[in-house]
Design a protein around this ligand. Structure first.
Ligand code: HEC
Length: 405
């Protein structure tokens, strides 16, 4: 991380590395910065989150002042998210800074980080809670897994889980508890419609856990959820839920990525909020191109795919999850009908901040309309052509989406 910072600041940092601490601004911690830090930074930077430092503390934030100014000025913090001007989604205010907030953070960080007058402090500041606190059902891996990473550091491991439901149940909220955050690169939870998970990976279809790198998922899996780094909980609107029957086979695919020389053990858990009846059943779809080639040196390679609504009825898209790997730099999704284009997602991509964007208003996908998805990758520093694959060193371009009708 320090290396990353040094590399960045060396290239085009507008701030001298040892900027002076003389106060040159009237923006203060108590009046202006502390509320922004609580609302928009502390969920990750509170001493226990995924970002370094505890920036609810004046001392720590002040010591990082010039770095805060630099990262915010570059548009790199908070981590990139879809542009709310395209479409608003749960948490969008928290994930994006206003122009005024950017100006304040930069002025404060570069201007000597004044503390100001305690009388200006906003009372009762709190850090946003970004886990589900009202789940009622845990679905853990049935046993801890000791990783067997290949030479590239990847492993795909599947377990058939114990279905925790005793009657028809609707999932209304989904969250995860990771066993080892350092190595979990994705989790996919699915229903195997033929109750023979593993068969397409070469098992007899009755094995409780197995290696599962190829195919990406089995052809008879109905996706329930996918987790990737940065993912926040998914919550459906009142009256909507994902249906699971007690006799269905639930399978979990873990993608691990780590140092092949190290030993890791993981036991991760899904957590659900559930109900016994809903007005609308939610399902999950996915599509994306697989035949792309990303040339070395190409800083803006793109691939696009579309999914035509042939469901036989109009559908509503409730949320969507754009997925690429480490070279991903931008994503865009829109609905194309005869004469219009409706923006669904548009944003810079960061592997560490992959989101299922749950829309404040659902997107109509009428019969015959197309849902389009475009990925952009930056391979400017690469020396080899990168193509489709599941490994973290290969690339993907998938849009997963929740819908109802
Ligand atoms: C969703 C999580 C998240 C949020 C929200 C977030 N950050 Fe970060 N931040 C990170 C992570 C993770 C890193 C580690 C570097 C990386 O991976 O890019 C980081 C690194 C940084 C760094 C560089 C590290 C250092 O100590 O110099 C700065 C500065 C920073 N963030 C500032 C901010 C500010 C200011 C905000 C709020 C306006 C913010 N971040 C909001 C996750 C977050």
């Amino acid at each position: 991380m320090l290396f990353l910072l040094a590399a960045c600041t060396g290239a085009d940092d507008p701030t001298p590395p040892d900027s002076s601490s003389a106060t040159t601004t009237d923006v203060t911690w108590y009046r202006d910065i502390e509320p922004i830090s609580y609302a928009k930074c502390a969920a990750c930077h509170d001493g226990t989150g995924v970002g370094p430092g505890d920036w609810t503390s004046y001392e720590e934030a002040s010591a990082a002042g010039d770095r805060i100014a630099w990262w915010v000025d570059q548009g790199e913090m908070p981590l990139p998210a879809s542009d709310p001007e395209c479409r608003t989604y749960a948490g969008h205010e928290r994930m994006n800074l206003t122009d005024e907030e950017i100006a304040a953070l930069v002025a404060w960080g570069d201007g000597g980080t004044p503390l100001g007058d305690e009388a200006d402090q906003t009372p009762d500041l709190s850090i946003p809670v970004v886990t589900l606190t009202d789940t009622d059902t845990d679905l853990p891996m049935f046993e801890a897994h000791t990783l067997q990473l290949n030479d590239q550091g990847n492993e795909y491991w599947c377990q058939v889980l114990d279905n925790p439901f005793e009657e028809t149940t609707y999932i209304t909220g989904i969250d995860v508890d990771l066993g080892d955050r350092e190595v979990v690169h994705h989790m996919v939870l699915a229903i195997d419609q033929n109750k023979n998970a593993g068969i397409e990976y070469g098992t007899d279809g009755a094995t409780a856990q197995f290696e599962c790198s190829n195919p990406v998922v089995e052809s008879d899996w109905l996706l329930i959820h996918a987790w990737t780094p940065g993912m926040e909980p998914v919550e459906f609107a009142e009256g909507q839920g994902y249906k699971v029957e007690p006799d269905q086979q639930i399978v979990l695919q873990m993608h691990y990525f780590g140092d092949p020389a190290e030993t890791y053990t993981d036991l991760s858990t899904y957590r659900f909020r559930t109900t016994d009846s809903v007005d609308q059943v939610v399902e999950m779809g996915a599509f994306g191109p697989t035949d792309f080639q990303i040339a070395p040196g190409d800083g803006a390679a793109t691939a696009t795919d579309g999914l035509k609504n042939t469901f036989g009825t109009d559908i509503e898209i409730l949320g969507a999850f754009p997925h690429m790997h480490l070279l991903g730099s931008h994503f865009r999704s829109w609905v194309a009908s005869d004469d219009t284009e409706i923006c669904v997602l548009d944003g810079r991509y960061d592997f560490d901040h992959q989101m299922t964007y749950m829309f404040e208003e659902p997107v109509d996908l009428k019969e015959g309309d197309r849902l389009k998805f475009e990925c952009t990758w930056d391979n400017s520093a690469g020396t080899e052509t990168v193509s489709f694959g599941e490994g973290t060193d290969e690339e993907m371009c998938f849009l997963l989406f929740y819908y109802t009708y």
